[in-house]
Ligand binder design. Sequence first.
Ligand code: GRF
Length: 180
Amino acid sequence: MNLAVFISGRGSNLRALLDAQREGYFSSKICLVVSNKEAEGLDYAREEGIDYLVSKDDKEIIRTMKDKNIDLVVLAGYLPKISKDLIDNFTLINIHPSLLPKYGGKGYYGMNVHRAVFKNGEKTSGVTVHYVNEKLDDGKIILQREIDISKCESAEEVADEVLVVEHEILKDAIKLLEEK
Ligand code: GRF
């Protein structure tokens, strides 16, 4: 599959996918990185010589992805709302740092998720990779992994534990979709 990876920030999940690609963990190829702003993670695309696009214009994004024959869009920390236009034209998956449907939906992104999980005294958290539909964090679940966070002493520690699993599960999800 030809992949496009969408980011908005530091891009550690993109980095994990690039590493997995180099190791031959999956056969798909990251052909394009898209960001809605000059994100830190774009440096990974530059370092690897992968085409990237900084744009907030979905029409331009769709056009670029069609030119590159993108088969699958991977949202990896991409913050803008996903338009119907994108959903109608491509299959999209998203990585979310909680056990959806818990801690999903409006306002639950980034550290907000981990702060809420920690504040509620949850003993477990986890990661979900799911298809994207028009409702936030609502699409069919592809993979989910639970982790023990009972020893975590802050929301930051929860985030660190969860991130390690994010980097594993995202490449697993790509591999799983390749086998479908
Ligand atoms: C990750 O926690 C991801 O699950 C969430 O946003 C964060 C992005 O991290 N959707 P990074 O930019 O991949 O480092």
